[in-house]
Write a protein that binds this ligand. Sequence first.
Ligand SMILES: Cc1cc2nc3c(=O)[nH]c(=O)nc-3n(C[C@H](O)[C@H](O)[C@H](O)COP(=O)(O)OP(=O)(O)OC[C@H]3O[C@@H](n4cnc5c(N)ncnc54)[C@H](O)[C@@H]3O)c2cc1C
Length: 472
Amino acid sequence: MTDVRDTLPAADAALLDRLFSTLPPGTVLTGTDIGPQYQEDRRDRYSARPLFVLRPSSTADVSAGLAACHAFRQPVVVHGGRTGLSGGHRILPGEAVLSLERLNALGQIDTDSASIEAQAGVALQRVQEAANDVGLMFGVDIGARGSATIGGNIATNAGGIRVMRYGMFRAQVAGLEAVLADGTVLTSMKQVEKDNTGPDLGQLFIGSEGVLGVVTRARLRLHPAPVTEANSLLALPSADAALDLLSRLRSAMGGALSAFEIMLPEVYHGVCRHLQISPPLGTKAQVYVLAEIQAGPLALTAQEVFETTLMAAIEDNCILDAVVSQSRREFQALWDLRDGCADFVRTLPNVANGDISVPVGRVPDFLRESQTALRAIDPDSVFLAFGHMGDGNLHYVFQTVRKEPALSQLLTMVAAFGGSVSAEHGIGVDKKPWLHLSRSPAEIDTMRLLKTTLDPRLILNRHRIFDLADGL
Ligand SMILES: Cc1cc2nc3c(=O)[nH]c(=O)nc-3n(C[C@H](O)[C@H](O)[C@H](O)COP(=O)(O)OP(=O)(O)OC[C@H]3O[C@@H](n4cnc5c(N)ncnc54)[C@H](O)[C@@H]3O)c2cc1C
């Protein structure tokens, strides 16, 4: 059998020699051993064949693998669960893959500090289930929970449906370990909340999309599981009414309001068709909202206050129609409907998609003004926005035959409204042209400075977030 190294340029073969000799068997994949899954892309774009795949099963092996790639100036793209939506894990020609799939150990829960240690390749859902098993809960939930990994969640600072109550992924990270491009290991995993001995280096890697280092481990905060949990699907006459309702629920429920999700009518009815269910609310409305509350043992009246607040909003014509879940099954069915939105819009043709945020109070104006502006570009545009109105983040999906000018118009308006062109999914490769709309030249220069300092040979996730001249 031909050894793949015989067919490679001398430098590549020498690098593989070093990797095969320093890493345990099964860690380095080449040739036909590389399965097609590594080239999967959530956006269905072309992902190149990797030069080789590294599947380390320890931090030491991540370090040894990166040190070798650094020595040989071999570009590497980091893979978690490959559910990212900005092309960050897509393989560029000439890159090798560093997959965290075998770094998948989950530690014991420390109930004293309410935290759990997870290696980077652990799926988010495993952390959620482990917390549930001992009466705790994990604060972040996203539709891709079964495949998305803790390392990928940290690298993208994932958000999801309960940011208003628990914050984004950054807020869940109590300690972190990362490996720099040259193999240096930075471990900051103390089991103490307070450690003000200089800047928190772990923070650098949260949301940095793998351009500054590879996350290998984290200690994650857990929360008491709610004693009361309820949700309600609501039909509303307008986005202004949704904002009014958000304010009423916030005043009445305080921090117990855990989710406030919005769906425009086209996506609401479309996802019901997609899931082959009859719409839980048949009432025609401009906006549908899924609101959720979670409360601890002291808030015994939470459900009653929730329902009373909704009743008052119905009497004031702020809500047209409502259904409140009466069982765990109904509760889950309402979330399944909301979770199905992403899959439903993926089935549609001519879809443009902005993962944007604007200040919460400006969501109604933004929806109105953006639709007017986009209809001026394509009068047949169909609007299918859904998302996390409670924190101002909309998955602004629309169908148009004039995708490029329409998206450009949308994102320019986001910037004018003081929002972000990528609220959750990062910049990756796909959103690089828009970074300047959300970040100043000084900020982008500082990001570049960090990159060239921590990864001077530009081997790690190069051409993600921003471009730099190749290898210094
Ligand atoms: C159906 C669906 C629903 C989704 N819902 C949400 C949502 O509500 N909120 C949200 O925020 N996102 C959502 N996402 C996007 C996606 O799930 C998140 O971005 C997730 O955090 C990516 O994790 P991953 O393990 O799949 O990372 P990948 O896709 O493998 O990688 C994402 C980026 O992180 C880098 N990376 C991965 N692992 C590491 C590591 N260990 N160290 C350093 N860099 C690394 C990669 O190189 C890449 O740049 C959704 C995606 C889908 C498909």
